[in-house]
Write a protein of this length. Sequence first.
Length: 134
Amino acid sequence: MKKYLAVLAIAVLGFTISCTKASPEAEAKAMMSAMTKLTESSAEKLENAASAQDAASALIAYAEGMKAFAEKGKELEKKYPSFDPDNDEKFKAESEEFEKAMKKFIDASTKASMKYVSSREFMDAVSKMQEIMK
């Protein structure tokens, strides 16, 4: 699951960085910030889940949110095909913040997986999350 989340984060980050509002750079930074906030809040929800249902809901909401970011990134990548932010120092701070948030999310989801390993509801949510993020 950790590997899957890491791959997804990298893919979404790539799509995200290719986005724009007033400029490609401004939109990419705004999306990266929003993705970081979603990832952090989802990690907190997992950490504070009082039940398997709460944890399951957090996973599914996260997957749906990240899928929406990926779709928006694809659309904007088509709009600005010449924008290539890979290894661009302009995005270093945002990338580092997202990486920290992703680590927190992976840690929280791993702990939740161990805690709710016997919960069919939670395990169904893990499967649904993987389906959403395909």
